[in-house]
Ligand binder design. Structure first.
Ligand SMILES: Nc1ncnc2c1ncn2[C@@H]1O[C@H](COP(=O)(O)OP(=O)(O)OP(=O)(O)O)[C@@H](O)[C@H]1O
Ligand SMILES: [Mg+2]
Length: 283
């Protein structure tokens, strides 16, 4: 690659980074504090309440996510699923309640970037990859952190970093597209790349809001495969409306309704739950 080409790409990536108004959770250094999960629970959400102008969006919410588990959260529109993610990631502060990462890290005392640094990654619905960079460069940038943008273009990766990047590339099914510009990927591939960018930071907890919206069936199957392959290594919380997809990924499902947990169990258990049936029929 010529120096001019590199300089053009650097200009493009810096422009893309600086024009964004969202905090990039993947642009954080990978120095997570030690999380105490000796009770096998990674995330505690206890007695959480949140009202917006008198409307109770979250109502005495209790949720416990085990280390390495893949959990699906379902529920009708307005049930409070995204608000719950906003509270866990520090975007919204609850009125009352507790949110802890392991038994030692009080997330309510931290801001959004401190929570991301503690090992909580979040994927929003719209992919936010940097379109003018290649797949490989997007992953490299995610690993380097925002202060390393210059370094990404001039410094060589260590052998260990290269191995990590290659393993993530394989995991997200983009090993044959490493040199492709991200703007040329399909919608599904961009979603996987963004999950890969989050994985470069080794999150302990990964929150994913509606990952398969707009995907083809084949892309959905691959996404299910990808999320399943993360179990054991990361705790993953997926909010999704597509029931076939939920069935394909989660052994444990939580149904949220009016900001409260209505039912929890296997997909079969929750689908045969009389109140759950009623909520979805009313929809
Ligand atoms: N910042 C806010 N200000 C006012 N009301 C809000 C705000 N954020 C969420 N709400 C309200 O809280 C309720 C829960 O919204 P939320 O977006 O969490 O639902 P959801 O379960 O994610 O729904 P969907 O399935 O449609 O994405 C809704 O009635 C919404 O209008
Ligand atoms: Mg939502």
């Amino acid at each position: 690659m010529t120096t001019l080409h590199r300089a053009q790409q650097l200009k493009c990536s810096v422009q893309e980074l600086t024009r964004r108004d969202e905090v990039f959770s993947f642009l954080k250094p990978d120095h997570h504090p030690l999380i105490d999960t000796r009770h096998n629970v990674l995330l505690y959400v206890e007695g959480v309440n949140k009202s917006f102008d008198g409307f109770k969006a979250i109502n005495d919410l209790n949720l416990y996510i085990k280390e390495g588990e893949l959990r699906c959260i379902i529920g009708p529109n307005g049930a409070g699923k995204t608000t719950m993610m906003d509270i866990i990631t520090g975007k919204t502060k609850p009125d009352t309640g507790q949110v802890w990462l392991g038994s030692n890290i009080n997330l309510l005392k931290m801001n959004e970037s401190e929570i991301a640094n503690a090992g909580v990654g979040r994927k929003f619905q719209k992919p936010t990859v940097i379109e003018c960079l290649t797949v490989w460069q997007n992953l490299e940038l995610a690993m380097s952190g925002v202060r390393g943008v210059w370094g990404t273009f001039v410094a060589k990766l260590s052998g260990k970093q290269k191995d990590k990047l290659e393993s993530v590339l394989t995991l997200i099914h983009l090993q044959d597209h490493a040199t492709l510009t991200a703007g040329n990927l399909s919608h599904g591939q961009k979603q996987w790349l963004e999950i890969g960018m989050l994985l470069m930071q080794n999150p302990k907890l990964l929150l994913v809001d509606e990952p398969v919206a707009g995907m083809t069936h084949q892309e959905m199957d691959r996404t299910s495969e990808l999320l399943n392959s993360l179990t054991g290594k990361h705790s993953v919380v997926v909010v999704e409306h597509d029931m076939d997809f939920v069935r394909s990924i989660a052994s444990h499902v939580t149904v949220l309704h009016q900001g409260h947990v209505l039912a929890e169990g296997t997909m079969d258990q929750v689908q045969s739950h009389p109140e759950v049936k009623q909520v979805y029929l009313v929809e």
